[in-house]
Ligand binder design. Structure first.
Ligand code: 4AD
Ligand code: MG
Length: 474
């Protein structure tokens, strides 16, 4: 690979061979070749006197080529070695008139429409290599800390969040669906006679495994049928959900903080080239902005800030007090004013807390019970639950988790209060009947982590083929 050729000490004049895609072909002589293994291109020098003119014409941006030659010290600036080509074959032509990825700056909107080709650009190849590295770091962390990887089902019969934001799964003939007495489509017969949907979270199933294997995590696709078109929401996203038996909420916070720091540390150590590239890109963007709007930290500084500083732990009640007494902007008001204990925080409040007030990652905990999911452990005050959300600067909510309600009677009451039939979750209730115990876990939105680590500001730019209400092209 190009990465090997550039990074390994290969003796001068060794014969090497490489396949990749042409980024540019300059002066009928210099091919900048990229094969995805690294951000850098390798320069291949083609002495045009020695090659067929018809072949040279086919070396265009985007073409796939096979090159053999000698690896020699480079005379040019910006690279140590280059290939003096003795053999060139064009494996796949690329018509320069119609190839969308020209060697110039393209807008992210344009590249989103060409998601199948956008990883041929430096920015997107760097982002997706980082995405891959982060997934590896996540598996590595859990593996080294005694967790088992559990595969939660994608098609499920339960609504883990009790929020009704599910995509139906159907095996039915859409032209001829079964109807109920009222003449409406009978979704209860969806999946060969049962009602099913795409999972919104693997948590409930992960809880069953935590209550037998001790420490588990899921890492898989999850789906939300919410019609929100923001830069932080997808209809299909990936979630990491650890779940641990005999662990309470403070333990959950410790785990989440250690985990987040560890995976960020991993890319700081292993993905320097891509991070430095993205960092420079952001700094260049920043320079175009007025001084007041510029970022006080570079991307790499932001990542180091997370690994080197404690997350601030703040209760919901404390947060509300802070927000009530805050003057967030010139108008001295939030768009949505928090005047009562019990109100749900909007993203403007979360952003204010992390970016203006505390200026560091924040763990908010002990939320009012009625704005959080039914499975969270009720506190002795009877009105708050052992929930925790982690807020990151520039991102807002990145993790949501909780200590789970382990008491059968309380859980039944909470389900009844929001009309979840006990029959639907009989197996979940079983965990509270047979050897129940304190347990906790959380969900990390993978794309939000990738956004944070790459500095990308739109979630559609950190997942290969984004699914949102507006994007279903691919
Ligand atoms: O806060 P959420 O909804 O929590 C759960 O699903 C719990 N069952 C997790 C658990 O305790 N095991 O989602 C968790 C995280 C959020 O903090 C956010 O980072 C991400 O998932 N997330 C989304 N990411 C992209 N698009 C969406 N529509 C998202 N919804 C949630
Ligand atoms: Mg949440």
């Amino acid at each position: 690979t190009v990465s090997e050729l550039l990074s390994q000490n290969i003796a001068p004049n060794t014969e090497v061979e490489i396949k990749g895609w042409v980024r540019t072909f300059r002066a009928n002589r210099f091919i900048a070749l990229n094969d995805g293994s690294t951000l850098s291109n390798i320069q291949c020098v083609v002495d045009f006197e020695n090659f067929d003119e018809a072949l040279l014409k086919r070396i265009t941006t985007g073409a796939a080529v096979h090159i053999k030659g000698d690896l020699v010290e480079s005379q040019g600036k910006g690279q140590t070695v280059e290939i003096q080509a003795t053999f060139v074959d064009v494996l796949g032509d690329s018509d320069p008139e119609t190839y969308p990825i020209q060697p110039k700056k393209h807008s992210f909107e344009f590249l989103r429409e060409n998601a199948h080709l956008r990883t041929r650009t430096n920015t997107f190849s760097a982002v997706m290599r980082l995405r891959s590295a982060l997934s590896f770091a996540i598996h590595k962390y859990f593996n080294e800390n005694g967790f088992y990887y559990m595969h939660a089902p994608i098609i499920t019969g339960s609504d883990a969040e009790g929020a009704g934001e599910m995509f139906k799964v159907t095996s039915l003939d859409s032209k001829n669906p079964p109807l109920n007495d009222a003449g409406e489509v009978d979704y209860t017969k969806d999946f060969f006679g049962k009602e099913t949907n795409l999972t919104v979270s693997g948590q409930l199933e992960a809880e069953t495994y935590a209550m037998s294997l001790g420490k588990v995590y899921t890492f898989g696709p999850t789906f939300r049928a919410e019609n929100s078109n923001t830069s932080r929401h997808l209809a299909e996203f990936w979630m990491i959900e650890p779940e641990v038996a005999f662990m309470d909420l403070p333990g959950n916070m410790d785990l989440a903080e250690d985990f987040m720091k560890s995976v960020i540390q991993y890319v700081l150590e292993n993905n320097k080239e891509d991070l430095e590239f993205l960092d420079k890109r952001l700094q260049d963007e920043d320079k175009k902005k007025p001084q007041a709007e510029r970022s006080p930290m570079t991307l790499i500084e932001k990542l180091k800030f997370v690994t080197d500083n404690n997350f601030k732990r703040v209760s919901y009640t404390e947060a509300i007090d802070i927000l009530r007494n805050s003057k967030p902007n010139k108008k001295k008001k939030f768009k949505y004013i928090i005047d009562e204990w019990g109100a749900d925080l909007q993203s403007e409040h979360e952003r204010y807390l992390v970016e203006k007030h505390f200026n560091c990652p924040v763990i908010l905990f002990d939320y009012p019970a009625n704005i959080k999911a039914f499975y969270m452990r009720l506190n002795d005050d009877g009105k708050t639950v052992r929930a925790m959300d982690i807020l990151f600067p520039g991102i807002g909510e990145i993790v949501g988790g909780a200590q789970r309600e382990e008491r059968l009677d309380v859980l039944k009451q909470k389900m009844a209060a929001i009309d979840i039939p006990e029959e639907d979750l009989w197996w979940y209730l079983d965990l509270r009947k047979f050897g129940t115990a304190v347990h906790s876990g959380f969900g990390l939105g993978f794309e939000r982590l990738v956004m944070f680590a790459t500095g990308m500001t739109n979630i559609r730019d950190v997942i290969p083929f984004p699914r949102t209400p507006q994007n279903a092209e691919f």
